[in-house]
Design a protein around this ligand. Structure first.
Ligand code: HH2
Length: 264
């Protein structure tokens, strides 16, 4: 999944893709690099980010969604707002990605009547305060419990399990230690939803490990994406699609080769 942040303030690439033609150029590039899915967002969720009014978020993303949703690559909208979810679904998006786990009143209903997938992410707190003092007894168990409960609520709203993607929400109300534990134990989230998504690309945890600024976290991000897939992620949300695909291609070649050797 290739990321397009149509925002002035995203932590890794804020301000680069604001005008419609910039968003479309970015989309073309991600598709050329091999993205299977594009995720477009108009509200930054970086720690400390302020909420964006509906009108402004709509202005940032809807024209691009309308253009891209009829193209050959499925499109996801990254939003917490039920009104925009509804409009994005009407525009033909294939997935609605909500870092708030569809907890806003009307969020699940906005998507239920369509055949779009949903991505339910775990977050402790909200972007404004989530990194203030995150705390868990057992982070993986608590994330799993939250996601299972949200999946049940989504199913009760008429969204079948195979339409539901779950995501532990790396960096959303988690310390470095929480993030590392989650990555190591990702397998424990198997089966909670229809698929598992991991978003580690360029995040602060990679800066803490490498000492690098967001734009220089490409190698760290590729390593993290590879680890996530090895631990069971089906979808990785990344800024650097080409580099990530190359790493995954090597991993897949090795895995297939070892399977073939075992068979002979
Ligand atoms: N991370 C970000 C935004 N949306 N959605 C899912 N499902 N999972 C994630 O891990 C995730 C997400 C944050 O990254 P980014 O979009 O690069 O930055 P910003 O929120 O500042 O726009």
């Amino acid at each position: 999944m290739g990321v397009i942040n149509a925002t002035p303030d995203s932590f890794s690439d804020g301000g680069e893709f604001i005008e419609l033609n910039q968003i479309l150029t970015r989309a073309d590039r991600l598709i050329a690099e091999g993205a299977d899915l594009l995720d477009i967002g108009g509200e930054s969720t970086r720690p400390g980010a302020a909420p964006v009014p509906l009108e402004e978020e709509r202005r940032r993303v809807l024209p691009a969604l309308e253009k891209l949703a009829s193209g050959g690559v499925p499109v996801s909208i990254d939003t917490q707002k039920p009104e925009l979810m509804r409009e994005a679904v009407a525009a033909g998006v294939s997935m609605v990605n909500d870092v708030n786990g569809f907890r806003a009143p009307g969020a699940l209903e906005a998507v239920a009547g369509s055949d779009a997938a949903i991505c339910i992410m775990h977050m402790q707190g909200e972007p404004r305060n989530m990194q203030a003092n995150p705390g868990y007894g057992n982070v993986t168990a608590e994330v799993r419990q939250y996601l299972s409960q949200r999946v049940h609520v989504a199913e009760a709203a008429g969204i079948s399990r195979e339409r539901i993607v779950i995501d532990p929400g790396f960096g959303f109300g988690k310390t470095l230690a929480h993030n590392l534990t989650l990555l190591k134990t990702l397998k424990e989230l198997d089966g909670v939803g229809g698929a598992l998504l991991a978003g580690l690309s360029r995040k602060t945890m990679l800066g803490a490990i490498t000492g690098r600024e967001p734009a220089s976290r490409v190698h760290a991000s590729v390593a993290a994406a590879l680890l996530a897939v090895q631990h069971g992620a089906n979808i990785v949300r990344v800024h650097d699609v080409g580099a990530t695909r190359d790493a995954l291609a090597v991993w897949q070649a090795v895995m297939h080769d070892s399977v073939a050797r075992l068979e002979h």
